[in-house]
Write a protein of this length. Structure first.
Lengths: 146, 146
DNA sequence: CCCCTTTTCTTGAACGAGTCAAGTTTTTCC
DNA sequence: GGAAAAACTTGACTCGTTCAAGAAAAGGGG
C-alpha cells in the first residue's frame, strides 16, 4: 500500500475543506480508513497506537469537523454509539446485526441523494433517504439456528 | 373520545402480550397515544400528570417491555434520544428535521417488512428495511429561506 | 525565516440518557 | 384469601459525549 500517496491525499482533502493539516487529523483519517464503521473509542485507540498523546477530546473534535466537512460520514444505528466511515459521496446504505451490532455496507442502486421518494412528506424539504437494513449477521444467524 | 373503550382495548393488548395490566402501563400507553414520537422524558411527564407517583425507572421498564412485545415501536434517529409511537404493524417510515429534530410519519408504499431488497447483504439475514428521510420541516425551512 | 493571528489541542470537570441492584408492592391464579 | 411471580420504587451508578479555559501548533504576511 502506497502510504505516502494516500498521506498526501489526506492532506489535500483537509486543505480543500479549509481544515489545517495536523498530526491528530491525519491519524484519525488513517484510523477510519483502516477500521470502517469504528466507533469513537476504537478510533481513539487506533489513533493512540500511532500518536499516543492525542486526547479523547481531540478525536471527538476531529471526527466532528471531518463529518461536518463531509470528509467522513457519521452513522448511528438505533442502540449504537456513533460510528464513522471514509466512504462518502455514493449514498450507500448499511445492514446492521440486531444481535452483535456489526455493520456492513450495502450499495445503493441509485447512488445519488435522495435515492427514494417519499409519498407524502408533510411539507418537509427532504434531501436524503437513509436506509438501514436490520437482521442477523452470518455469525449470529448460525448461532441462533443450531 | 371514548376513553373507556380504548382503555379496555389497552387492557386487552397487554393481556394478549402476556403482560400484567397495571396503572403505570395504561398511563404509558395513553401518553404514547397522545404524544406520538415522544421521547422517554416527555412520556414520563405525561404519565405523571395522571399518575404522579410513577418512577422514571418504571417508564423505562414499561417502554422496554411494550417495545419488546411489539405494542409500541421505538425509533431513534441519529443524534436523538429514543422515541416511541403506538402505530405498529404497517412498517411506515419517518421524516426527521435536521434542524429541530421533529419527526413525522411517512407511509410505506409496500407496507410489509422488509419493504426493500438489498443488493448484496454479505450473508446477513435481513428482516426489516428502515427508511429515514432527512430534511427540514416546514417551520425550519422557511426560517432558513428568508 | 520569524512573528502574529487563528485554529486546534490538552486537561479536567460536568451532563444526561439509560442501566443496575436491592427491596417492596401489586397482580394474577388457585 | 394466600402464595408465587411479575412489576414498581428508590437511589446509586455507568458511559458516551459535551463544555470551558488555557496551552500549543499551523499558516500567511512581512
Amino acid at each position: 500500500m502506497d502510504d505516502h500517496a494516500t498521506e498526501a491525499e489526506f492532506e489535500h482533502l483537509l486543505r480543500s475543506a479549509d481544515l489545517r493539516v495536523t498530526r491528530p487529523r491525519l491519524a484519525v483519517l488513517r484510523a477510519v480508513r483502516r477500521h470502517p464503521h469504528a466507533d469513537t473509542g476504537s478510533v481513539l485507540a487506533a489513533v493512540r497506537s500511532e500518536e499516543p498523546t492525542v486526547s479523547h477530546q481531540a478525536v471527538y473534535d476531529v471526527l466532528g469537523a471531518l463529518a461536518e466537512s463531509g470528509l467522513v460520514r457519521r452513522i448511528q444505528p438505533a442502540g449504537s454509539v456513533a460510528r464513522y466511515e471514509l466512504r462518502v459521496g455514493d449514498n450507500h446504505h448499511h445492514v446492521v446485526c440486531r444481535s452483535c451490532g456489526v455493520v456492513a455496507d450495502v450499495d445503493c442502486a441509485v447512488g445519488v441523494r435522495p435515492c427514494l421518494d417519499a409519498s407524502d412528506t408533510h411539507g418537509f424539504v427532504v434531501d436524503e433517504a437513509e436506509v438501514t437494513y436490520w437482521g442477523l449477521c452470518p455469525a449470529c444467524s448460525t448461532d441462533t439456528a443450531t
